[in-house]
Design a protein around this ligand. Structure first.
Ligand SMILES: Nc1nc2c(ncn2[C@@H]2O[C@H](COP(=O)(O)OP(=O)(O)O)[C@@H](OP(=O)(O)OP(=O)(O)O)[C@H]2O)c(=O)[nH]1
Length: 214
């Protein structure tokens, strides 16, 4: 049955237009991305716009100083394209996951703009920067298995993105030892949350097998 979207187009019309757009863009996108044509799109764009403004002055630590916003958008994309995740709250939380930890954003601000559910997922994946780095890393290992299903999904995609980034380029000031330590620590966190999503678990296991098998 075809339904009408906020754009006033039927789902069928919308999907066929999306397929064209995807083909025209020359990308390999999974069919899941076609659902971006539905009424979630305004919320997704609003969320990306919010995160982009918050991260506007930040760069990643790679030698190219990639804009920081590439990371949360990439994490959301991994969830959709590789994890098959369609839960809007999870996608929004992924886009917002570093706003409180790494910018002046407050949980109150998030709650006002995105509601309690999205904010609580972000809260679950936000490290307390008042603690030492050692304490934060230890807490991630200790608490991983107690997180909600939604928070585990964001955590998995976040780690996939960071591990792939580490394979691509060493952040400035890092050496091979630090990269190795990050993989060891990330595996300790991730092995406890594989149950949340089989496809994402397979991505993580592949990353660890390839890295430690070198
Ligand atoms: N691989 C990679 N990571 C980068 C880059 N730029 C920034 N990061 C961030 O650095 C953090 C990992 O570095 P660490 O030394 O372990 O942590 P730190 O930022 O607290 O010092 C990750 O953030 P985090 O929120 O602390 O994530 P996580 O440590 O909880 O996984 C990651 O998102 C980059 O170019 N490559």
């Amino acid at each position: 049955m075809s339904t009408t979207t906020t754009n006033g187009k039927s789902d069928e019309a919308c999907q066929s237009q999306s397929k064209e757009t995807v083909k025209d863009a020359g990308r390999t996108a999974s069919p899941t991305c076609l659902s971006a044509c539905n009424s979630d799109l305004p919320d997704i764009i609003f969320t990306i716009d919010f995160a982009a403004q918050k991260h506007k002055d930040q760069r990643r630590k790679d030698p190219d100083k990639t804009p920081y916003i590439n990371h949360p958008i990439g994490v959301a994309n991994i969830l959709i394209q590789e994890g098959g995740v369609e839960d809007l709250e999870v996608i929004q939380a992924a886009v917002l996951h570093d706003t409180v930890e790494d910018t002046d954003t407050t949980f109150e601000e998030l709650e006002e703009a995105f509601g309690k559910s999205v904010t609580n997922i972000v809260r679950e994946v936000t490290d307390n920067k008042l603690l030492s780095k050692e304490e934060r890393k230890e807490l991630q290992i200790k608490n991983a298995s107690h997180k909600s299903h939604q928070a585990k999904l964001v955590k998995m995609a976040d780690k996939i993105y960071n591990l792939r980034d580490l394979n691509r380029a060493l952040p400035e000031g890092w050496d091979e030892k630090r990269r190795h330590e990050y993989f060891v620590w990330a595996q300790k966190v991730c092995c406890q949350i594989y149950d949340a999503n089989e496809a994402l678990a397979t991505c993580l296991q592949k990353l660890f097998t390839e890295f430690f098998g070198k």
